[in-house]
Design a protein around this ligand. Structure first.
Ligand code: NAP
Length: 451
């Protein structure tokens, strides 16, 4: 059987796991071209995972091994949907897999959401991680208190990054512009608001527990908000551990000598982001106090009690989930923010597939994407093995390269990325950092095409 050619659009975890599974195939043999609109691969592992989580980021070692395998190529600075269309990819490959993730934020839909100082965590995370789209965000960190809306792991990431001590911060690959802002920041208190209770919060236990290890930080929980110990036996393990940690913090009380505080406030929904007029900067958040009510199907939902509370602050970070974006020429379900599919095969389409968050929505940890990608690749390989593409002509590897070089003047291939990677790692060595990130297109191209 001839070697089949598959394009993967997006180079985050789900794209790499799909690439690895495809390259494992011997019958049919497959070669993979991976596209990214950025110069750099790894998606959220580079631009999403918090810089003080180097162990999580080290999953990129697996992706490097996949990238080094015969039959794999990387094409950075190719924006599918702008520089090239999906139809042009379908003309050149046997199959196309979209691994584009969830690139924007879920909105709160409340008054004042877009005031200066009210930021989507998607943007803030991109900014501190050196994503080229967000380097100019320049958040104002001159307030004493920030409010984070949401009770998930991203809420914890942004709250933690705001409160990390300088030594901890300088040991990371946080973008240099963000390190300088964080060091100059006057934020010493972050209030994390969940609309439901500790039992319903979406934190994972490791992420909660590690807060105890951060120098100079104290965690604050109102004892009245933690459910009684008698209910613990009914909770699943992860939730029970979360509740135990929060209860422990509530019983211990805040350390009055700590330089920085992270307060958890549950049963609070944001109603308005406050400030002067329509466009004045953030001065606070008005919160509704909720109680919980179980639906007939057992889902616990927040119900407004009518009571109100205002938290003064100069920064609001909205961390209520990510959302997928439509890709031109590809079906999209606006309600779920995903591409409609069945086990990775896009509905009513041939030769087009999805993996990762754009397939199932923005849930799960990095490893979740391996199983997800395997499921899709099983479908791809079964379809290819069906023989329908046996006589089809696809572009050769050389033809693809020629086409892209003509179309994308700043094309970055694997050698180009290797040059960027080597430069960043070398730059980090003296400061004991994993890397110093390059964050703008022209600097990337100086490394890719040295004079
Ligand atoms: P998430 O886990 O879905 O959490 C979103 C939070 O926002 C929930 O607490 C949700 O509350 C709340 N929320 C949603 N709409 C709201 C509204 N209108 N008003 C107030 N609150 C609202 O999303 P995420 O934190 O963005 O994380 C995305 C995925 O990445 C998750 O699977 C997460 O575990 C993963 N992740 C993992 C790590 C890690 O492992 N270290 C780090 C970052 C992210 P309800 O539950 O009430 O809807």
């Amino acid at each position: 059987m001839r070697t089949h050619a598959v394009a993967i659009v997006g180079s985050g975890p789900s794209g790499f796991y799909a690439a690895g599974a495809l390259l494992d195939s011997e019958d049919p043999p497959v070669r993979v071209d991976m596209y990214d609109r950025l110069a750099t691969p790894w998606g959220l592992v580079r631009a999403g995972v918090a810089p003080d989580h180097p162990k999580i980021k080290s999953v990129s070692n697996q992706y490097e091994k996949i990238a080094a395998r015969p039959g794999f190529r990387f094409f950075g600075h190719v924006h599918v949907g702008e520089d090239v269309s999906v139809d042009e990819l379908l003309d050149r490959y046997d199959a196309v897999i979209y691994a584009v993730g969830s690139q924007t934020e879920r909105r709160l839909g409340i008054e004042g959401e877009d005031r200066p100082g009210s930021l989507a965590s998607v943007d803030f995370v991109g900014w501190y991680n050196g994503h080229p789209d967000y380097v100019d965000l320049s958040p104002d960190l001159s307030a004493e208190r920030a409010v984070v809306i949401g009770a998930g792991n991203v809420a914890l990431d942004v709250a933690r990054m705001l409160l990390l001590g300088e030594d901890d911060l300088r040991a990371t690959d946080t973008a240099d512009h963000a390190i300088e802002s964080f060091v100059a920041s006057t934020v010493t208190e972050v209030v994390v608001c969940g609309r439901r209770g500790p039992v319903e919060a979406a934190f994972t236990t490791t992420e909660l527990r590690e807060l105890d290890d951060i120098d100079g930080l104290t965690t604050v929980v109102d004892p009245a908000q933690v459910p009684p110990v008698e209910g613990d036996a009914d909770l699943v393990k992860g939730t029970r551990r979360n509740v135990e940690i929060l209860r422990g913090w509530a019983e211990r009380g805040p350390d009055p000598d700590a330089a920085r505080r992270m307060e958890f406030r549950f049963l609070r929904s944001p109603l308005r982001v406050l400030g002067d007029g329509d466009e004045g900067p953030v001065t606070g958040v008005e919160l509704a106090v909720n109680r919980l009510e179980a639906d007939d199907d057992g889902r616990v939902r927040p119900v407004d009690t009518g009571e109100r509370e205002t938290v003064e602050c100069g920064l609001v970070l909205r961390a209520v989930g990510y959302r997928g974006m439509a890709l031109p020429g590809v079906p999209f379900d606006d309600a779920s923010g995903t591409i409609p599919n069945h086990e990775g095969r896009i509905d009513d389409r041939e030769r087009e597939y999805v993996v990762g968050w754009i397939k199932r929505g923005p849930t799960g940890i990095i490893g979740t994407n391996r199983k997800d990608a395997n499921e899709t690749v099983r479908g791809v390989l079964a379809d290819l093995a069906g023989g329908s593409r046996e006589d089809a002509t696809v572009a050769s590897a050389e033809e693809v390269e020629e086409w892209l070089s003509g179309r994308c003047p700043d094309l970055v291939d694997l050698d180009g990325w290797d040059a960027i990677d080597a430069h960043e790692r070398a730059a980090g060595q003296d400061g004991g950092r994993p890397r110093v990130k390059v964050v703008d297109r022209s600097s990337f191209m100086d490394l890719v095409r040295p004079q």
